[in-house]
Design a protein around this ligand. Structure first.
Ligand SMILES: Cc1cc2nc3c(=O)[nH]c(=O)nc-3n(C[C@H](O)[C@H](O)[C@H](O)COP(=O)(O)O)c2cc1C
Length: 421
């Protein structure tokens, strides 16, 4: 279709996307349908699909057995991209460097999405080898050609996600080129290509400069670890929406700010200190991460989403999500078996009893906490305690745990459970 006017791009942003403020980032093997449906329940008002690599996507059969046994990843087009009616607003992201291939791939799914996004931010070796992602930012003419081809050939708007250059002016010039070529909205990850692993300082000044220079909606991305962070970035950069990736993996309820009390000055959950010039916070209000109960609840809720939206929820993705949500638990020595089990499930093609694994981790954590409380009280014998009377009792039932049967076990008792998945 012809390139949209700036006004039409805003109309699309407001009326089709609903002026989203909090966004779930594109994440390979991690922003799949089940996860998107979970984060939508908890305040993410826009979601991206994982990046779909166009060359591999076009090579694959449309349907068939979904898991590639060699990688545990998607084996078909249908496994690469799955959605449902309620999975909106949704942007499908593509990675590639050939305009014709990008268009052919996007045409296959455009009717299921609200827009098609071009990945210009991936810094990984595969992107370097394939000449896509952040490495395309060295070739603005080629990028312009891809955008113009997609804009002309698709019925839905085209967006892009970029990284920043070391120089603000260069970032702004690249962003303006994208706007002129027809992108309807732009996501800016405020780290440079050299900053791998999604870590390191985020250049919010460049994001703010892009927002000030452009007339289209801009999404800020990088190191947003809480709702308070998100709101601080919205306020200080003037962007229209904020995107989170790694923190949302660990806490899919991040944007609904469930743990931390809303405190004066903004006191939402926060793991690490941020850049204080941008994110104003009171040290006394630094909240804690999700509790043991909350982590178990979130892991089980995610598994329920996998059950409700099984299409495309591959064992590898489920394993990785559980690893992220339960990371603080799996790092403890008495959960080494569970950690290894989760790792081993990454490449299976068989259904897995993931819920029992979560309940075991949860039961071990409670047992550990109970022992610590007893030790602190100096009453290790726990006479007449009759089980856990502690303050962290939650809704997760560890049926059949049988309590402490005595003996000096380093590993808490395993529980029998009712399976969810
Ligand atoms: C597991 C994982 C997969 C990712 N896959 C993609 C992707 O497919 N496309 C993309 O543009 N960025 C991808 N990213 C980068 C994120 O979208 C985001 O730009 C980056 O993690 C910075 O955000 P954060 O600081 O909130 O983590 C991925 C990040 C993670 C952690």
């Amino acid at each position: 279709m012809p390139s949209l006017t700036i006004e039409q791009r805003w109309t699309w942003w407001r009326e089709t996307l609903g002026s989203p403020r909090y966004c779930c980032a594109p994440m390979v093997l991690q922003s799949e349908l089940a996860f998107r449906m979970m984060v939508r329940r908890h305040g993410s008002t826009l979601c991206y699909s994982p990046m779909i690599p166009v060359e591999a996507f076009l090579r694959l059969p449309a349907d068939g057995p979904p898991v590639a046994p060699s990688t545990g990843g998607p084996a078909t087009q249908a496994a690469y991209f799955t959605t449902c009616g309620a999975d909106r607003p949704l942007l499908a992201q593509f990675g590639g460097n050939d305009a014709g291939q990008m268009l052919a791939a996007a045409l296959l799914i455009q009717r299921h999405v609200d827009g098609v996004d071009i990945n210009l931010g991936c810094p990984q070796a595969c992107a370097c080898k394939g000449g896509y992602g952040a490495f395309l930012m060295d070739h603005p003419d080629r990028v312009r050609g891809i955008v113009e081809t997609l804009v002309a050939g698709l019925d839905v708007p085209v967006t892009a996600k970029i990284r920043v250059f070391p120089e603000v002016e260069r970032t702004v010039a690249f962003a303006k080129m994208l706007e002129a070529a027809g992108v309807a909205a732009l996501a800016v990850h405020g780290r440079r290509r050299e900053q791998r692993m999604h870590q390191g300082t985020v250049d919010y000044d460049s994001i703010a400069a892009v927002k000030a220079a452009l007339s289209i909606p801009v999404i800020a991305n990088g190191n947003v670890r809480s709702k308070a962070d998100a709101d601080a970035v919205l306020a200080s950069t003037g962007v229209d929406c904020v995107m989170s990736a790694t923190a949302l993996l660990a806490n899919p309820r991040l944007f609904s700010c469930m743990h931390a009390p809303e405190a004066p000055g903004g006191g939402c959950m926060h793991a690490e200190p941020q850049q204080p010039s941008l994110l104003i916070r009171q040290p006394a209000l630094q909240p804690k991460g999700p509790t043991l109960e909350e982590r178990a609840q979130m892991a089980l809720e995610y598994l329920e989403c996998c059950k409700a939206y099984p299409s495309g929820a591959l064992p590898r993705m489920i394993s990785d999500h559980l690893r992220e949500i339960l990371r603080p638990d799996l790092n403890l020595p008495f959960n080494v078996e569970e950690r290894n089990e989760i790792e081993a499930h990454r490449k299976t093609t068989l259904p897995i009893q993931f819920a029992s694994l979560v309940r075991r981790v949860h039961a071990h954590g409670r047992e550990h906490a109970r022992r610590q409380r007893e030790q602190a009280r100096g009453s290790i014998s726990a006479r007449g305690s009759g089980g856990d009377q502690g303050g962290d009792r939650g809704s997760i039932s560890a049926r059949g745990s049988g309590g402490d049967q005595g003996g000096d076990r380093s590993r808490p008792e395993t529980v029998r459970v009712t399976e969810i998945v």
